[in-house]
Design a protein around this ligand. Structure first.
Ligand code: SF4
Ligand code: SF4
Length: 135
């Protein structure tokens, strides 16, 4: 008999995984937005730090893991210091990166890069951007 995992169970499993890796209670976040208001990288992100937490709360795995924002976070900790609920946003974002990295999926495809730019990038920077670009 084939056992189908319902969408709800898959979402719950994703929430559990992020909470376990990050060591955080995602429901502690009440979406005040203070993390995003202080984030120096927010202007470059496709989704804001509070939205990353919201996606994680809701178990929206694909939406969170496919965002460029999880890779643009520079782990400066500003959001962590601003959160009135003590949510460690940086750890949640790192958990999202870890989930991607554990699938051994590259988040940068060198074939998408301009050949002229590619020729100037030091190989170590290229590898770091593909696989190790995390805190
Ligand atoms: S500052 Fe904390 S409580 Fe407010 S949105 Fe960000 S994570 Fe949630
Ligand atoms: S740690 Fe990341 S998400 Fe938090 S303020 Fe810094 S750049 Fe923004």
């Amino acid at each position: 008999m084939t056992v189908q995992i319902s969408g709800e169970r898959a979402r719950r499993a994703f929430v559990d995984k992020i909470e376990r890796i990050a060591g955080q209670d995602l429901l502690a976040c009440y979406q005040c937005g203070k993390c995003s208001a202080g984030c120096p990288m927010a202007r470059y992100m496709d989704i804001l730090p509070n939205q990353m937490i919201r996606f994680a709360q809701l178990g929206l795995a694909e939406e969170l893991l496919s965002s460029s924002a999880i890779w643009l976070c520079v782990s400066c900790q500003t959001c962590n210091t601003r959160c009135p609920k003590g949510v460690r946003i940086v750890e949640v974002i790192e958990a999202a990166r870890q989930v991607v990295l554990r699938t051994r999926r590259d988040h940068l495809d060198v074939r998408d890069l301009d050949p002229q730019i590619l020729a100037k990038i030091p190989p170590i920077a290229l590898i770091s951007s593909m696989r190790k670009f995390t805190s």
